[in-house]
Design a binder for this molecule. Sequence first.
Ligand code: SF4
Ligand code: SF4
Length: 359
Amino acid sequence: MSAHSPKELRTLDYCTWCPRLCHFSCPSALGEASEDASAWGLMTLARTLDRNEMPATQASLERLWSCASCYRCQSFCKHGNDVPTVLATARANAVRAGALPMSLGPLAEQVATRGAAVDDPDGLNRLLARERSVAEKAVVATFFPGCDHASSSEGHTRVRRTLALLGELLGGEVKLAWREDQVCCGGTAKRLGLDDAQRRQELGTDSGTSVNTHPRITDCADLAIRDGWTSLWSVLAAHSSELGDRCGDLSPVTVALHGGCRERRLADTSREEIAVLEATGIQVVTTRAVNDVDECCAGDPVYREARPDASLRAAAAAADSWHGVDGERVTSACRCAAQFTAAGTPVRSLLDVVLERCA
Ligand code: SF4
Ligand code: SF4
């Protein structure tokens, strides 16, 4: 019996019989220099395996992880095919067959035990300890920061400052929606093909009464597409005049902006970001548009672990687009910014720039 839903089976059919209309857009096909790693190649493989038309060897199953889950193909697909979601089902099936690639073992272990990689657990505990001092009656909203913020002391500092700024803008306390051992909403688990993906997908909706009774704000694209969650940038944009009063008159700063691919597509925060930038005196000299060929750095953590060399090649191609551009290099929503640093192009978070100016 197929592991895929009827809708996913239809998606597999469309891709398999498609004349590869989106292949030019695919960072994994670019990084791996192979049509096998394109949406067409991967979906054809998934369909063939699902129909038992080829042996499910370790090598054939491992190829299912050759997708950076960037959703670029969807931008160009006449059917709006959701390739990453279909591949997640195929990966889960492969994991059940014991074919999780060895290179993904450590990441899978981290996600299973901590939700995400945590480089600074003491800092995370200090951050979460704040929650115990927040009076429930003062809470006006909850904030789920997204797992990349859990992975470094820099991210913890960003979360602290974001909570403070949101509290001032909203006139009360903003509470973290993280729990001690769960700092990932499940998106990474899903992309890994882990069986507990669904449980993690539900995180952030059951971690305390505040989460269920107050506006829910998130800096995580996976969560921003779910009912009831509002993207952080749309909240900041709604308060852009207050932000402008705080810092709009400061000397303008100039940035070269790179938007994240999955985040841009899932949460579509571009308009809100621009509104915040205009209000706060941050000038953008260039931005990577969603449809630019070199827009995606293929830095999805799962892809990065599965195909490190190809991932870095795609990052280098994306970083090339910044050559000769004035202004500090920043990324607005890209979860994969570390890729650029690895490719020799230091990049900062746009949120940090806004917080430094206006918080
Ligand atoms: S995602 Fe759409 S455009 Fe790309 S191969 Fe599949 S059907 Fe074709
Ligand atoms: S989601 Fe991105 S990496 Fe995956 S097949 Fe589509 S374009 Fe390629």
